[in-house]
Design a protein around this ligand. Structure first.
Ligand code: HEM
Length: 494
């Protein structure tokens, strides 16, 4: 017998697979959790509850459910779960990616949006992006006729573009020297490790009594990485402060570290003061957050274009038109005249969203979503990989067809349309997307404007590997080796 009162107060959880004791549904996730959750959602529905150990995780797999969490109830779900990666590799939850919703996060977000990623600031750094792009394209020209690992070239280029804007480019070198704290390859390894450790499912986060054992060794690795990044940031901050002192009253901020340090001296905000520790945490966000994100998106776009010669032919038509038959490189102010390029980028991000489950969101209080009770402390994942393939919203969802974005109503990729969410939406939306898109658009355009690309002997375009490697960012499993052949007048490469 259940009393009427009990019936009325009984919680209604979203449907989901039956969890096993202790581990919950963790055994159902590997190797690619977004695809496993996509398949489970086909059975249990657009809002689904699973158990990660003893933790409750709710997964949204349709545009409608994404809108519920990221718009209708955005204020409730704009936090992050307190995972070990945020503690050890996010400056004890002070970096923006992992910081819980609250005064520090609001302050950090305001700083990013009003000081760092304003159109004026981004325009003022355009000359850096142009110089770095030229260096990148000239480097490819020098390797004409030889196979290049495109991923490595792109990573080097995105790192120097972002690091010159964030902290000037003097802290790395090809090899470790007295003046460079880490070599470029060491720094790439640190970024890779950060991406891996921020995307892993760490058992200790979800089965708390196992935490002390660190069964997978992830926390040990996080601590090693924390110390490496901290040594780097300490050096960078100390160097910037010394130069600021030297300049005295004549000091003018030259990069984002300068801007953040200047803001840390501002005592006028009654709510939060930006400590030096917080400055390090925010600089930390910009480096891995800015490099691998844009680079991996470029990589996916290049793979797709090479697999689709018809797409390449149409892109070339557009490139030739805006550059007057190839008299010059494509520039940022050409974008409005390049709808096909834009459609390619959207289609790439639809099929290969960089963070297929976004970064995890977290319920700050109990909330009723679409008739289901979601308890405070629930982790929420938005499966953008699944949403981008939703058969009710996309025709031939598994096909790469940029043309779909040129027909009918315009679909935005920056958070207004819940069918396409590569940057998320709402309060936690990616703050760096304007910079990311500027880099991705010009690079993809110029790679195909400046070069024909030959695949290695015996390889066909359909052999290009599209298998994913899971992490906070999901990249191609196999690095493509291809041969550049210049197609523009020689003086443009010099
Ligand atoms: C094509 C490039 C990029 C893509 C696809 C991308 C994607 C994303 C996604 C999916 C999120 C999580 C949103 C959520 O949890 O709801 C995010 C957050 C974030 N991104 Fe990006 N991003 C890109 C470029 C950048 C760049 C260039 C920067 C900085 C230089 C950056 C900095 C950040 C930061 C700091 C956050 C955390 C925001 C918060 O938690 O409040 N991103 N990005």
């Amino acid at each position: 017998f259940i009393s009427k009162k009990t019936q009325n107060t009984k919680k209604r959880n979203p449907p989901g697979p039956k969890p096993w004791p202790i581990i919950g549904n963790l055994h159902q996730l590997p190797p690619l959790p977004h695809i496993s959750l996509h398949l489970l959602a086909k059975k249990y529905g657009e809002i689904m509850q699973v158990k990660y150990g003893s933790g409750t995780v709710v997964v949204a797999s349709s545009p409608k459910m994404a809108e519920e969490f990221l718009k209708t109830h955005d204020n409730v779900f704009a936090s992050r779960p307190p995972l070990a990666s945020g503690k050890y590799t996010g400056y004890n939850f002070q970096d923006m990616t992992w910081t819980p919703a609250g005064p520090h996060w609001r302050k950090a977000r305001k700083v990013y949006l009003t000081e760092i990623f304003t159109p004026k600031r981004l325009n003022s750094f355009e000359y850096i992006r142009v110089e770095e792009r030229q260096r990148f394209l000239s480097g490819l020209y020098a390797k004409s006729g030889n196979p290049v690992l495109l991923k490595n070239e792109i990573r080097r280029y995105t790192l120097s573009s972002i690091s010159r804007v964030v902290l000037r480019d003097k802290y790395f070198s090809d090899h470790k020297t007295d003046t460079s704290l880490v070599s470029i390859s060491e720094f790439h390894e640190m970024i890779d490790e950060w991406m891996v450790l921020n995307g892993v499912i760490n058992i200790g986060d979800w089965i708390p009594w196992l935490r002390v054992f660190d069964l997978q060794g992830y926390v040990k690795r996080m601590k090693v990485l924390r110390d490496k990044f901290d040594a780097f940031h300490n050096y960078v901050i100390a160097d910037h402060m010394a130069q600021k002192d030297l300049a005295g009253k004549n000091f003018v901020p030259k990069d984002m570290v300068d801007v953040l340090l200047q803001l840390s001296e501002d005592d006028t905000d009654p709510e939060v003061k930006l400590s030096i520790e917080a400055v390090k945490a925010l600089v930390h966000d910009l480096m891995p957050g800015g490099t691998d994100t844009s680079g991996t998106t470029m990589e996916w776009a290049i793979h797709e274009i090479l697999r689709h010669p018809d797409v390449l032919a149409k892109l070339r038509e557009e490139l030739d038109k805006v550059t007057n038959g190839g008299e010059r490189w494509v520039q940022e102010d050409d974008f409005p005249q390049m709808p096909y390029l834009e459609a390619i980028i959207k289609e790439t991000l639809r099929l290969h969203p960089l963070s297929p489950l976004l970064a995890p969101h977290f319920a700050l209080e109990d909330c009723n979503v679409a008739g289901y009770d979601i308890a405070k402390g629930t982790t929420v994942l938005i499966n953008t990989w699944s949403i981008g393939r939703h058969p009710d919203h996309w025709e031939d969802p598994y096909e790469f067809k940029p043309e779909r974005f040129l027909q009918g109503k315009e679909i935005s990729m920056t958070g207004q349309d819940f069918t396409l969410l590569p940057f998320g939406s709402g309060r936690r939306k990616c703050p760096g997307y304007t910079l990311g898109l500027r880099l991705v658009r010009t690079t993809v355009a110029n790679i195909f404007h400046g070069f024909n690309w030959k695949l290695p002997e015996g390889m066909k375009s359909e052999d290009i590997c599209m298998v994913e490697r899971y992490g906070l960012t999901t990249c191609p499993e196999v690095t493509l080796s291809i041969i550049p052949e210049p197609r523009l007048p020689i003086h443009l490469y010099k």
